[in-house]
Design a protein. Structure first.
Length: 426
């Protein structure tokens, strides 16, 4: 057992930050993105911030399996939000997933329960390690989706797709890149669509040829689909709503649209402006609440990437599956309906509205658009054709787009999105 002063234990500050991140997600219902600034404020080194995030994200991803191991070694179950359980999750995930030596993992875990049940944490950790070494315990092949979400997805999408979600969750997501032009250089990887390349995980994007010159930006293939469905702009006007961090705006600007981008997050729009400056693409930016702001006149097209549960991007954001339940999904769906009702008059007659959510919940996707069309007779679905989509992605029977966790499995999987393209009748 380490007897050093906690302040002098190497690597401890990053583990303290990881504990704060887990506490923010599990106890307060925050996302990792929301919690990062406060939790890592005392970490001066970017690598320490990255380590804290990596520990917390993997603990959330593998939490079901980690908790089962912890419970196998205790007579009385520790509360879900107990600091001892949090510290054990942090120690175990380092050994099992991040390949941290056992002595380093426990040495940085015990100070997390300073003044608390250190002996309990040390004993449970040692018992689990012996169980793993003897073969009585083992990490599953892939992490299990948390209970409520697993039950919901199994009911909606079936057992095979729910299982595929777990398999996708186990892998580090690939690096997807969108390009300003058809020239994607000599980066290698998979060219999954025009102006798109997929590279293996672990690549530093800032060191890639073309990044500094603004030729490319990071954007999952599924996230690139909504803007693709508007095609070439030819100088026509488009509103990109809920636009930050700007990937879709850059696509639209590169495709010749005169783009006005609106988002209510000043912090996210700062990153947006940095991306526009780097890529030298032109778009007007407004920081505003869509329920209070309105354009000076109708646009030829609108892209609404609506605020949603974000359950479709769980591969990169494992926290969402611990924060989102039926109540949050219902709240997001009500917000989406209000937004759609408000922006519908902003589309010119004959113009297009593309609605997108990075969600696997039908209430936010299929059901939302069905209700919208029932109450807005001046809109109709503009069916997406197979040749408008990358290979491996097909439109649904009615011409919308639904990407699922089992798609493109052999190439690194795909985020979950729902996309509908609507035309306002002339």
């Amino acid at each position: 057992m380490n007897t050093q002063s906690p302040s002098k234990i190497p690597g401890l500050p990053a583990r303290v930050a990881a504990l704060r991140l887990l506490d923010a997600v599990c106890r307060r219902g925050e996302t990792l993105d929301q919690a990062m600034a406060a939790a890592t404020a005392k970490l001066g080194n970017p690598s320490d911030r990255s380590l804290a995030h990596n520990i917390a994200a993997n603990a959330l991803r593998w939490m079901t399996a980690l908790d089962a191991m912890i419970d196998s070694a205790t007579k009385k179950r520790l509360p879900d939000d107990a600091k001892a359980r949090m510290a054990l999750r942090i120690a175990l995930v380092q050994v099992l997933i991040l390949e941290t030596p056992q002595h380093a993992a426990i040495a940085t875990a015990l100070p997390l329960v300073h003044g608390g049940p250190r002996r309990l944490v040390h004993g449970v950790f040692s018992t689990v390690m012996r169980g793993l070494e003897s073969g009585k315990l083992a990490l599953p092949d892939y992490p299990e989706i948390p209970g409520e979400t697993l039950d919901r997805w199994t009911h909606i999408w079936g057992e095979d797709i729910a299982a595929a979600a777990g398999q996708a969750w186990a892998q580090s997501p690939p690096l997807d890149l969108s390009f300003k032009t058809d020239d994607v250089g000599e980066l290698g990887g998979d060219k999954l669509a025009p102006r798109h390349v997929r590279l293996q995980p672990g690549v530093s994007v800032t060191e890639l040829e073309g990044f500094a010159d603004g030729a490319l930006w990071v954007q999952d293939l599924a996230a690139s689909l909504p803007a693709r469905l508007l095609g070439e702009g030819g100088g026509k006007t488009v509103l990109d709503l809920c636009a930050a961090p700007g990937g879709k705006t850059m696509q639209l600007a590169a495709a010749g649209w005169k783009t006005l981008s609106v988002d209510n997050s000043e912090r996210r729009m700062e990153r947006f402006k940095d991306n526009l400056d780097r890529t030298k693409l032109d778009a007007d930016i407004v920081i505003a609440d869509l329920m209070k702001w309105q354009p000076s006149g109708p646009a030829d097209a609108i892209l609404l990437d609506a605020p949603c549960s974000a359950t479709g991007i769980f591969r990169r954001h494992p926290d969402v599956l611990h924060c989102i339940g039926s109540r949050q999904i219902t709240e997001r769906a009500e917000m989406q309906k209000a937004l759609l009702d408000r922006i519908a008059p902003w589309v010119k007659p004959g113009g297009m509205l593309v609605y997108a959510v990075c969600s696997l919940e039908p209430e936010e996707g299929e059901d939302q658009i069905e209700q919208f069309l029932e109450s807005h007779g001046d809109f109709a679905l503009a069916a997406v054709k197979p040749d408008e989509l990358p290979e491996g992605i097909e439109p649904t029977e009615n011409g919308s787009v639904r990407t699922l966790p089992n798609m493109l499995a052999e190439k690194g999987y795909l985020d979950g999105f729902f996309i509908a393209r609507l035309r306002r009748k002339a």
